[in-house]
Ligand binder design. Structure first.
Ligand code: NAP
Length: 269
């Protein structure tokens, strides 16, 4: 059903652009995708992929089945007026804007506009995004499913209650930056013990990729997988002991909590 879907994206910057290029890479016909943005520079690479481009936001609304709001939250109020003029009730409005509730968007209309909120990642461009999704008051289960199917094409999705969207933001929304930091630190460790930077980074990144795949594909708890690779008196337990001593778990749990709280705070401003 996603192949036939016509999708317009208003705001094709980092996130909107990543979504569109991910959808093209996933096999959606580029002619079914429309990118609109104020900046020509972000539209050109998408045009080269065959995506229809325009600087007029209405082109991402007229004739589309799904309309994605990919602008920064502060650009949204001026956009609502335009969207209001062109959006029909049989279209689905998808918001990827961090911290903006479906209720806030719905309140712009007197009519029951179907809104679906998504917290994706720019990893969508690699087909590797983790996205949290929730439907607004007027979105039907079929509309939420359609949006979920679209985001499944560029990674994997989790349906959550709207009150959990700040938690999604704190975990997976901000998560790539945590993982980049972990990878940089692991590579520093490799350099510290004599590896070249290039080799150290490659080994660290591939290790993270493989371990993540093992968790997802085996379905086993990470603690079980960890026990399988930790021999008595060996190297791994020595390293794990140091991680406990330095508080890695506490640091990561606190990071997710702090980012979740910050997301909730930003949503209130
Ligand atoms: N980046 C991420 O990792 C990420 C992850 C999840 C969710 N998000 C959400 O995605 C949204 C976009 O973030 P971003 O990082 O992609 O920002 P961005 O790179 O600044 O992209 C937003 C684009 O929208 C354009 N724009 C503004 N008003 C417009 C209008 N009226 N019509 C058409 N285009 C318009 C902007 O142009 P100007 O620069 O000229 O204003 C800009 O090119 C945000 O709401 C953010 O919360 C981002």
């Amino acid at each position: 059903m996603t192949e036939e879907c016509k999708i317009g994206v208003i705001g094709a910057g980092n996130m909107g652009g990543a979504l569109l290029s991910g959808l093209v890479a996933a096999g959606l016909p580029p002619a079914h995708l429309t990118a609109t943005d104020l900046r020509e520079a972000v539209l050109q690479p998408l045009s080269q992929l065959g995506v229809r481009i325009s600087t007029r936001a209405e082109d991402a609304i007229l004739g589309q089945q799904v309309v994605v709001l990919g602008v920064k939250p502060q650009s949204a109020p001026e956009l609502f007026q335009l969207v209001k003029r062109h959006l029909r009730l049989d279209q689905v409005l998808v918001s990827i804007m961090a911290g903006v509730s479906t209720a806030t968007i719905e309140s712009q209309w007197e009519a029951p506009i179907p809104v679906v909120r998504v917290m994706p990642q720019t990893l969508a461009q690699l087909g590797a995004a983790a996205s949290g999704i929730c439907g607004g008051r007027h979105a039907t289960p079929a509309q939420v499913e359609l949006v979920r199917a679209l985001f499944d094409r560029v990674g994997s999705t989790a349906l959550v209650a709207e009150y959990q969207m700040d938690a999604v933001t704190g975990l997976s929304g901000s998560g790539p930056a945590y993982i980049y930091t972990v990878l940089e630190a692991l590579a520093d460790g490799g350099v510290r013990v004599g590896l070249s930077r290039e080799v150290a980074l490659k080994l660290a990144a591939q290790t993270a990729l493989g371990a993540a795949r093992m968790v997802l594909e085996s379905g086993q708890h990470p603690a079980v997988l960890r026990d399988q690779v930790t021999s008595p008196g060996g190297t791994t337990i020595a390293g794990l002991h140091k991680l406990e001593e330095k508080g890695l778990r506490d640091a990561l749990i606190s990071a997710v909590q702090a980012a979740t709280e910050r997301s909730a705070q930003l949503g209130q401003t």
